[in-house]
Design a protein around this ligand. Sequence first.
Ligand code: NAD
Ligand code: UDP
Length: 311
Amino acid sequence: MKRILVTGGAGFVGSHLCERLLNEGNDVICLDNYFTGSKENVVHLLDNPYFELVRHDITEPFFAEVDEIYNMACPASPVHYQYNPIKTIKTSVMGAINTLGLAKRVKAKILQASTSEVYGDPTVHPQPESYWGNVNPIGVRSCYDEGKRCAETLFMDYHSQNDVAIKIIRIFNTYGPRMNPNDGRVVSNFIMQALRGEDITIFGDGTQTRSFQYVDDLVEGTIRMMQSTPDFLGPVNLGNPNEFTMLELAEAVIRLTNSKSKLIFMPLPQDDPKQRQPDISLAKEKLDGWKPQIELEEGLTKTISYFETKL
Ligand code: NAD
Ligand code: UDP
């Protein structure tokens, strides 16, 4: 039985990860400050004696004897990470320093949840890990993008300077049950709007693209990455290469919910990336042939069923 710390464990992705790690017979500490996550996401795990829920802010040091750390704490929706940009960058940078310090002290293996946002508004398409990105360092998204980029740097430096066993994953747009209905990201917005019969808010002309990954595929890839050979540090892209425009996504959501909602067009937010698609060759090669199993229609159907219970 491994003792595993999941920071941001009460969030959307973190809660699925905690559940899976518990099901595999591990002892899990879920740490969260509940900024965008909630106890509701993990309440079903509280009866398990091997699950511990800790209210803590990762910008402060945390001490526990653990074998592995998944560092997932950070608001991920633009609306939430831009609410308090200084706090967002502190969460990424000080959160990385605090968790890496812990990993160093207790000799734990540590995985960082990085993001496709490190590629910014990419000029290379699809994005391989070797692409250095096109990020505005002083824009509204910088607190998130540059915080995550700095965290990657810290991970690499703790590895080379202090021999900490590290892993870095770059997560592309992921959706699924337990996204907060008020999360503000596109999949949850469109589904909630369609279910309520409200207008669907397309930012810009809707021709910008994203590639959407179902959460179970991400969790599988994340755990395989943690278990990969010690010499493979990443970064590795984890995402579904099937790319859609926001108009296509809106149409799929309307069809699958049988909604009468209409599309309305709103201004495109500043620095909104025009396109995004992961190159997942490295993940396939290094993570035992990992590739996404759940395509958009199936994943949306499961997610819609979840949001129906939240109305
Ligand atoms: P989320 O907002 O649902 O989860 C983040 C969790 O971190 C929440 O429970 C929140 O309360 C917690 N948190 C935030 N700041 C904290 C702090 N200072 N101390 C302790 N806890 C804190 O988002 P998510 O989609 O589950 O994202 C999880 C991780 O994956 C994040 O690091 C995010 O950057 C990364 N990621 C997610 C996506 C995606 O599409 N879902 C894409 C790229 C990267
Ligand atoms: N978007 C949209 N309507 C919404 C929310 C988002 O058209 O109600 C667009 C947004 O402008 C972006 C895409 O959907 O082009 C994905 O946005 P999200 O916030 O989900 O993630 P990110 O931009 O970080 O990939």
